[in-house]
Design a protein around this ligand. Structure first.
Ligand SMILES: [Cu+2]
Length: 484
């Protein structure tokens, strides 16, 4: 039995191929591969035909997979920590428990979450569980921010659909810098359908075949320090990081993989595609699984949005490569390198469970995202309550902007369902179906959603998740109240 040496050999081989493959992809005309019909030829990835190099090489390193922990009786300490992001250089990031990204929290519906948050930063902070639906006291509202050395105890029971959610700071006017410097992590909720275990009822890839991808941008100076300025117009880094890894690769067997993708950027919209062209099989969005699959050649994802996708690598041979790219930035994000190892019994899911559709709204509210700092004409007033929403009432919320988009609009305390987009792109995309908590509103667009607060009464916020806009004040408090 020689399990070790073949892996070492394979790693060495993989690194060499990965470096060459990256250069090929960077140097060829992939910017033109975004046409919607490119990916419809095959459900499996063709092998890259040609490794002829044009341009320099990219040294790739294995993708970091954050450690997974149960959010029960744990401490999350936010503090500056030295990490190695650029090879050979030390970056002082702001991390949860020393990790970039923070540990992936994973729990089942019905589980009790008990987390002690400790602020080891030199400024105030609080942690919000984006997509989770706890009561106000556990939501990480800006009013709950604690100062340096302070702490906050979270204690709530999960009662919501399985989904990839995430956690990040939410102090007023300081969120952008804290998220940018590294404070973010995944929060996966499981349920009886989406158990995450091998042999789950839906036949979804599990274990090593289910991979979280937190994709964000960053800029570094020559010494390896993060560069940042909290501009209202939004901070754009000049390179991508996936799970905190620069220039990552992932070894993939001949199997179907499930990727849980989060846009963790302050402001950048990802336009994801595979190269060579191949489809994403979309199975879920912010609030969990959709009721059917969609085969898509590209997916657009704004800050805070998530997608749950399958990629079929069953025909990717040993040493062959494929790339996850952003067509907007023209960046290679993550290289896949085939191991050639065939895995029996993996495939695409059959039917997905149905989704309850909201309907018959009894009230319409209109929200305008104005300039770079105002919502409905007002800069955020943390002490105010701008409106009240009766628990259980289905409402139509209309998001409009007078410019300065894209505005990724995020609502705390409930999920919503996107009904229509008029103006601008003038359609609802497949990656906006199902349950959502964040939706992108571009200039000249009006987006209509139906929302129903069913979980808790209490104080929540609606805000723009372009973090420069959020910190500038594009946010409003509202209160969910008992029905009269
Ligand atoms: Cu905005």
């Amino acid at each position: 039995m020689s399990l070790i040496h073949p892996q070492v050999d394979r790693r060495g081989f993989v690194r060499e191929i990965a470096a060459v493959g990256g250069a090929v992809l960077a140097g060829t005309a992939l910017g033109s591969c975004g046409r919607a019909d490119d990916a419809h030829h095959s459900h499996t990835l063709p092998v890259e035909p040609d490794l002829a190099v044009r341009g320099g090489t990219v040294a790739r390193v294995p993708l970091n997979i954050p450690q997974t922990i149960a959010p029960s009786g744990v401490t999350l300490r936010a503090a500056p920590s030295p990490v190695e992001i650029l090879t050979g250089k030390t970056t002082t990031a702001w991390t949860y428990n020393g990790l970039l990204p923070g540990p992936t929290l994973s729990a089942r519906r019905g589980d009790r979450v008990t987390i002690s948050y400790v602020n080891g930063l030199a400024e105030e902070s609080i942690t919000h569980w984006h997509g989770m639906l706890p009561d106000h006291a556990n939501d990480g509202h800006p009013r709950q921010a604690v100062g340096p050395g302070g702490s906050y105890s979270y204690d709530f029971t999960i009662d919501q659909r399985a989904a990839l959610n995430w956690y990040h700071p939410h102090p007023h006017m300081l969120t952008g810098g804290q998220v940018y410097r590294g404070l973010a992590g995944g929060f996966i909720v499981r349920d009886s359908f989406d158990t995450g275990a091998v042999g789950n009822p839906l036949g979804l890839p599990a274990g090593a075949y289910e991979v979280p991808l937190i994709i964000r941008d960053a800029s570094f100076d020559s010494g390896g320090s993060l560069q940042f300025s909290n501009k209202s117009s939004g901070f754009f880094g000049n390179m991508p990081l996936v799970n905190g890894t620069a220039n990552p690769f992932l070894d993939v067997d001949r199997a179907v993989y499930r990727f849980r993708v989060l846009n963790g950027c302050n402001a950048r919209i990802w336009r994801l595609a595979l190269s060579p062209a191949a489809p994403f099989i979309l199975i879920g969005t912010d609030g969990g699984l959709l009721d059917r699959t969609y085969s898509l050649s590209e997916i657009s994802l704004g800050p805070g949005e998530r997608v749950d996708i399958l990629v079929d690598f069953r025909s990717l041979g040993a040493g062959a490569t494929a790339m996850l790219r952003c067509l907007n930035a023209g960046w290679d994000l993550l290289q896949f390198v085939g191991t050639g190892l065939a895995v029996l019994g993996t495939g695409l899911p059959g039917t997905l469970p149905p989704i309850d559709r909201l309907s018959a709204p009894v009230l319409t509210r209109r929200f305008t995202f104005d300039g770079m700092t105002r919502l409905n004409g007002k800069v955020y007033d943390m002490g105010a309550v701008e409106f009240q929403v009766p628990l259980g009432q289905v409402e139509r919320w209309i998001f409009v902007t007078n410019g300065n988009g894209p505005h990724p609009v995020h609502v705390h305390g409930a999920s919503f369902q996107v009904q229509q987009r008029t103006g601008g792109r003038a359609r609802v995309f497949d990656w906006e179906r199902g349950w959502k908590d964040t939706v992108v509103v571009n200039d000249k667009e009006t987006v209509e959603v139906l929302v129903q607060f069913v979980a808790h009464t209490g104080l929540y916020v609606i805000h723009c998740h372009q973090l420069g806009h959020e910190d500038g004040g594009m946010m409003a408090n509202f209160e969910v109240v008992a029905p009269t």
